[in-house]
Design a protein around this ligand. Structure first.
Ligand SMILES: NC(=O)c1ccc[n+]([C@@H]2O[C@H](COP(=O)([O-])OP(=O)(O)OC[C@H]3O[C@@H](n4cnc5c(N)ncnc54)[C@H](O)[C@@H]3O)[C@@H](O)[C@H]2O)c1
Length: 313
């Protein structure tokens, strides 16, 4: 019998790539999504495949299905989307985790949580190892997401200790690639869309703040390896690309690769925006044999190709 895998948030950016990968691995996939930021278009290539099933459902409500493994990705990931309805964002993280952990407990499924580098907040140490507890503002406009994700991690480890659940916690750092939402306000999609439209490129702050970007295929490889890792490996484990770039360097690369004539304009930095974020991926290397393979140039070129099709029509 094929393994049955539940992917919550499966119609989103990362979720849809994960569904593609799981189908390729021969698994039966149940994709659950309320289409808040996701879209059926992201999984259109899988519709009609007998191994793939799509269900409209909000994870803040309980779900009763028979599955062997659960990837819990449901949650809007970009500030524009998660700040639109912050109460719902916390509910999705916290109630969503409780519902999915409850389901995992009932059907004895292994469960993976898509956590985030945001649990480190605005960090005092660089790069961030998993042992760092973070510096997060509890009352800011990003807190609904950051604290929701932190609470979800707590729930995962309490279910692990209290109910012997097989858990995997993955701290995802900035990821980019085809199927990112063109209006999610995240830096890579913003720059590409602006460059393709020949609009000014909006740079928040002086552009000297750094980020590290992981291409989606690398990220999904790490996620799959983590789920398949030995039962006693729970994480949390950082998955991201440690190569750091300033936002100014990124904008210049995007302008070059798109052949755009856009100018860069500078705007004030948003509240609580971290200055620097870089994963320490030693644990992922040692425990999962995982390292990112796709260079920023290659990843950006593939992403630009995708956006050209949806922006320039
Ligand atoms: N992309 C990144 O760089 C990144 C970084 C860190 C963490 N993550 C995490 O990875 C996961 C996926 O992120 P993404 O970039 O694909 O974002 P996304 O917004 O594209 O995907 C999230 C999906 O969850 C769905 N969803 C939202 N609320 C829901 C609810 N209540 N019930 C059911 N479905 C719901 C959305 O419709 C969407 O399809 C998220 O949990 C996010 O926090 C992503």
């Amino acid at each position: 019998m094929n393994e049955k895998i539940l992917v919550t948030g499966g119609a989103g950016f990362l979720g849809s790539h994960l569904c593609d990968r799981l189908i390729k691995e021969g698994r039966d996939v149940l994709c659950v999504d309320n289409f808040y930021t996701g879209s059926k278009v992201n999984v259109a290539q899988l519709m009609g495949n007998p191994q793939f099933e799509m269900m409209r459902h909000d994870v803040t409500f309980p779900l009763y299905v028979e599955v062997d493994k659960i990837y819990n990705l449901a949650c809007p990931a970009s500030p524009v989307h998660y700040q639109f309805d912050p109460v719902q964002t916390t509910k999705t993280s916290v109630h969503g985790a409780i519902n999915m952990l409850g389901l995992a407990k009932r059907v004895k499924a292994r469960i993976l949580q898509a956590s985030t580098s945001e649990v480190y907040g605005d960090p005092e140490i660089h790069p961030q190892p998993e042992s760092y507890w973070g510096r997060v503002n509890t009352i800011g406009i990003r807190s609904c997401y950051d604290e929701g994700k932190r609470c979800a991690e707590t729930l995962f480890f309490d279910y692990y200790r209290q109910h012997n659940l097989e858990i995997k916690v993955m701290r995802i750092f900035n990821t980019y690639g085809p199927r990112m939402h063109p209006k999610d306000g995240r830096v890579v999609s913003n720059f590409i869309v602006q460059a393709l439209k020949g609009e000014d490129i909006t740079m928040y702050g002086d552009g000297q703040q750094t980020r590290s970007f992981c291409y989606v295929d690398d990220l999904i490889e790490g996620m799959f390896r983590l789920m398949e890792s030995p039962a006693d490996f729970t994480g949390p484990v950082n998955i991201g690309n440690p190569s750091e770039f300033t936002m100014l360097e990124l904008a210049e690369k995007v302008i070059k690769l798109t052949g755009s004539s856009s100018n860069i304009v500078f705007c004030p930095l948003p509240q609580d925006d971290p200055r620097q974020r870089q994963p320490d991926i030693s644990l992922a290397k040692d425990s999962l044999g995982w390292t990112p393979k796709v260079s920023l140039e290659d990843g950006l070129s593939r992403t630009i190709e995708y956006f050209r099709k949806i922006v320039c029509v």
